[in-house]
Design a protein around this ligand. Structure first.
Ligand SMILES: [Zn+2]
Length: 191
């Protein structure tokens, strides 16, 4: 393996960002960071990580990127523009502080009105590791290939998979129920 592929990310390099802050002073930035870009077999993948602060906002499973779009429209439009110019694919990943739950989403369209996604899937950490390491090994895994029991979020009571359900009416519009129902009646309501 070529030497440059052996580099391990040991620490976050924020030095460049600190320099930009120093240079701009109180002026707001008109640039933005790209989280990660991969080129696999001549196909570009633009990866953007979206932090979900679950103390204030929904969990990754419930958080639609349009939530961020309101505050950060210019960034998303720019990300989409870059992706199109690269003839690439834009993948958004919701995550939260404990790194236990993720939502992977491929963007199909982004306009002034908002973001549309096509494939999306909620996965646990094992699923996320599987997907990201495949990407890192230049073997892109389609999001829906992670649609397997081992990568689903598990019930906190019995450890079986949780299933996302949409209620027609009743107490909750949508919720996560245990796949062990009716033996296990765990319900995690969504916000
Ligand atoms: Zn259960």
């Amino acid at each position: 393996m070529a030497k440059q592929f052996k580099k391990v990310i040991e620490k976050v390099d924020d030095g460049g960002k600190a320099l930009i802050k120093d240079l701009l002073g109180d002026n707001p930035t008109r640039g933005f960071d790209l989280d990660s870009v991969y080129c696999i077999n001549n196909q570009y993948y633009v990866i953007e990580l979206l932090f979900c602060d679950v103390t204030k906002n929904p969990w990754p499973r419930d958080s639609h990127p349009s939530r961020y779009f309101i505050d950060d429209k210019r960034k998303f439009l720019s990300l989409w523009e870059i992706t199109k110019r690269l003839d690439g694919r834009l993948i958004l990943i919701n995550y939260e502080a404990t790194h236990s739950e993720y939502k992977l989403m491929e963007v199909s369209q982004c306009t002034e009105v908002g973001i549309q996604t096509k494939d999306d899937l909620v996965v646990n950490k094992e699923g996320m590791i599987r997907w990201f390491q495949a990407l890192n090994n230049h073997d892109y895994l389609e999001i829906l290939e992670l649609n397997k029991d081992e990568y689903r979020i598990k019930c906190p009571q019995c450890g079986r998979s949780l299933v996302f359900r949409r209620g027609k009416e009743g107490r909750y519009k949508s919720f996560w129920g245990c796949s062990g129902y009716p033996e296990c009646k765990t319900i995690i309501k969504t916000r």
